[in-house]
Design a protein around this ligand. Structure first.
Ligand code: G3H
Ligand code: 13P
Ligand code: ZN
Length: 312
């Protein structure tokens, strides 16, 4: 099957009360683990690539690896740019084979965010590529963006209609209390999402797909394995899965997961090497990383996203 944009998959997800998992990919083992899980669960899939991933693995390698996944899996798969910072990176990905891009103008003023997002939408739509925009700022650390908790701000529902109608975006990422990375809440702090904001956005934008970034749950099972095998992950806290499941039943059609993949992969590699100190063949320890990715993604599809069986 060829790559698809997110248009049809979001429409079905909205109507079906589930969300599509958008998983960050950086190498072959991660792509294989995610795709095998989605194939076994017959779930639509978004494979997303950050600027950091393009720098690490390089654009052509990632596109070709995703094309290889398409040859093996009979599923609707979108290849999406995660957190495109400017027009140039979005253009490079659209010209270079991606079927969807995010332009993250959330660090700009409302007006500048609209101007930038609209420019990307015009270029993308002429080429059949869908666009995700963002309003509101998430706390947390990415390669190029480090937003402190003080600088983070929830999405203002009163801005969403104007943003969507003036830009023409196909989906909108909003900030309701999720954040990037593995340390989303302080120790002792109760995880909390602003469902009231999501409800108000949903009321103002009927039948419009909403995106949640920073939606890893940070499984304590993996945290413990990493800690038991020489890693340090004290105080890692994520978003409870029940909250994400609830959001997926609402207007949220795309849930972004990266940190959970990193934890699963690292737990596998650390555990394998601790149990087999004489191993030095990367295929041996990377196999365990890939297996953990597959187990994690199947769990997400069934228990969090609700997208199992939706790849009709
Ligand atoms: O939201 C950011 C993703 O987790 C990507 O992270 O920029 O380190 O690749 P990265
Ligand atoms: P996590 O760090 O919670 O996995 O979020 C990933 C993300 O939002 C990618 O855009
Ligand atoms: Zn993100």
């Amino acid at each position: 099957m060829a790559l698809v944009s997110t248009k049809e998959m979001f429409q079905k997800a909205y109507e079906g009360g589930y969300a599509i998992g958008a998983f960050n990919v950086n190498n072959m083992e991660i792509i294989q683990g995610i795709t095998e899980a989605a194939q076994e669960e017959n779930s639509p899939l978004i494979l997303q690539v950050s600027a950091g991933a393009r720098k690490y693995a390089r654009h052509n390698y990632l596109v070709k690896l995703v094309e290889a996944a398409l040859l093996e899996a009979d599923l609707p798969i979108a290849l999406h740019l995660d957190h495109g910072d400017d027009f140039e990176i979005c253009k490079a990905c659209i010209d270079g084979g991606f079927s969807s891009v995010m332009i993250d103008g959330s660090k700009h003023s409302f007006e500048d965010n609209i101007i930038l997002t609209k420019k990307v939408v015009e270029y993308a739509h002429e080429r059949g590529v869908t666009v995700e925009g963002e309003l509101g700022k998430l706390a947390g650390i990415e390669d190029d963006v480090n937003v402190s908790a003080e600088d983070a701000s929830y999405t203002r529902p009163e801005e969403v209609e104007e943003f969507v109608s003036r830009t023409g975006v196909d989906s909108l990422a909003i900030a309701i209390g999720t954040s990037h990375g593995a340390f989303k809440f302080k120790p002792g702090q109760k995880p909390m999402l602003r469902f009231d904001i999501l409800e108000e956005v949903e009321r103002r934008l009927p039948n419009f797909p909403i995106v949640l970034h920073g939606a890893s749950s940070v499984s304590q099972e993996f945290v413990k394995i990493i800690a038991a095998n020489g890693g340090k992950m004290d105080d890692a806290i994520g978003i409870p899965e029940e909250m994400l499941r609830k959001a997926a039943g609402m207007a949220v059609c795309k849930i972004n997961i990266d940190s959970d993949l990193r934890l699963a992969f690292t737990a596998g590699v650390r555990e394998h090497l601790a149990n087999n100190p004489s191993h030095f063949d990367p295929r041996q320890y990377l196999t365990k990383g890939r297996e953990n990715i597959k187990t994690l993604v199947k769990h997400k599809i069934v228990n969090v996203l609700g997208s199992s069986g939706a790849a009709k």
